[in-house]
Design a protein around this ligand. Structure first.
Ligand code: ZN
Length: 297
C-alpha cells in the first residue's frame, strides 16, 4: 500500500515536471482581457460594421488552407468601416489598380473601380484609419495616393508596421521613407490597445510582423474580431490549419496560436463573430445574416 502511494507520488511529480517542460505557446490571447481593454475609453460604442469588396484574387483553396483540395476559390479584397454615432473608423484602406496588378502576378484579376472609389471616399470621410497589417492590399490606400498629406495625420500605424514598410515592404510601391513615416500617428504596445470606445487592437504578429486583430463591441452587445489575414479562409480557423502559400513567409507557431484562439472563440463565444479579410463565402454569409453591412456609409 505504502509502496503504491510512493509510486503514485513519483508519477505525480513526473507529470508536473513534464507539464513544466512543455514550451509556452508562441501566441495567446484572452477574450476577457480584450473586452476589458476595449471598455477603457469612455464614450458610446459603435452601431454597426460595414464591409466593401473592391477587388478579387482567384486562388485555389490549397493555398489558403494547407492540405485542402485545389478547388477554385475567390479571395475578396476588402476594407471595413466601423460606424459610430458621430463618425467612422476605417479598418484597412484599399489599394489602387497598380498594387492590385502586383497581386495578380501577370494574371488579370477583377478590380472594381466604382467600389475602389467608394473605399477612397470612406477613407477620406473617416475620423481615423487603422490597419490590420502592412501588406499592399490593406495599406496602399493611404500610401500610394495623391491624398497622402490629407490621410496620414489620422492614420494609426504600429511601430512594427512602419518598420516593415520602411525596411522590407511587400512591394516597392508601398515603401515608406523616414520623412513619409513621420506623417503618421505611430503607436507601440505589447498585447492589447484601446483604440476607440468598444474597440481594442490585439497584437498578432505572424502573417506579417506588424499584424494585429481588431476587437469591436457594438452598442447592441454584438462582438466582432476582425482577424485580417491570420487565415484567408474560415476552414483554416475551423481546422486550425495554416496557409500553404510559397510567396509569403509567416511565423507558423504564432499563426497556430492565433488560429487556436479564433477557433476557441468560434466554439465557445457564441456572441463573437470572427471576420477574415479575404474569405468571400464568409463575406456573403455575414451580409445575408446582417452581421455586416454591404456598403460604406
Ligand atoms: Zn491581405
Amino acid at each position: 500500500m505504502m509502496r503504491n502511494a510512493a509510486f503514485a507520488f513519483v508519477l505525480l511529480i513526473a507529470g508536473t515536471l513534464h507539464a513544466a517542460a512543455q514550451p509556452a505557446p508562441a501566441w495567446t490571447a484572452d477574450i476577457k482581457d480584450i473586452r476589458q481593454v476595449a471598455g477603457l475609453l469612455p464614450g458610446a460604442k459603435p452601431l454597426r460594421i460595414n464591409v466593401l469588396k473592391f477587388a478579387e484574387s482567384r486562388r485555389t483553396k490549397n493555398f489558403s488552407v494547407k492540405g485542402a483540395p485545389k478547388d477554385p476559390s475567390i479571395q475578396a479584397r476588402t476594407a471595413f468601416q466601423v460606424v459610430y454615432r458621430d463618425g467612422t473608423i476605417m479598418v484597412d484602406s484599399g489599394m489602387d489598380l497598380q498594387v492590385h496588378k502586383f497581386f495578380g502576378r501577370g494574371v488579370e484579376e477583377p478590380y472594381f473601380p466604382d467600389q475602389a472609389k467608394e473605399v477612397e471616399r470612406a477613407v477620406r470621410a473617416a475620423r481615423m484609419i487603422v490597419m490590420t497589417h502592412e501588406h499592399g492590399d490593406h495599406v496602399a490606400g493611404v500610401i500610394r495616393t495623391p491624398l497622402f498629406a490629407e490621410l496620414t495625420p489620422k492614420t494609426v500605424l504600429t511601430r512594427t508596421q512602419v518598420h516593415t514598410l520602411m525596411t522590407e515592404p511587400q512591394m516597392p510601391e508601398i515603401k515608406l521613407t523616414a520623412e513619409q513615416a513621420q506623417h503618421f500617428i505611430v503607436i507601440d504596445y505589447d498585447k492589447y490597445y484601446p483604440i476607440a470606445p468598444g474597440m481594442a487592437l490585439i497584437k498578432s504578429p505572424g502573417h506579417t510582423p506588424g499584424s494585429q486583430m481588431v476587437y469591436i463591441a457594438l452598442e447592441s452587445g454584438k462582438e466582432y474580431v476582425l482577424a485580417g489575414d491570420v487565415a484567408w479562409h474560415m476552414d483554416g480557423v475551423r481546422t486550425v490549419t495554416g496557409k500553404d502559400a510559397p510567396w509569403i513567409t509567416e511565423d507558423e507557431p504564432a499563426i497556430q496560436g492565433e488560429l487556436t484562439f479564433l477557433n476557441g472563440l468560434m466554439r465557445n463565444e457564441k456572441n463573437v463573430t470572427v471576420v477574415l479579410s479575404h474569405d468571400e463565402e464568409q463575406r456573403n454569409d455575414y451580409i445575408k445574416q446582417k452581421l455586416l453591412g454591404d456598403h460604406l456609409e
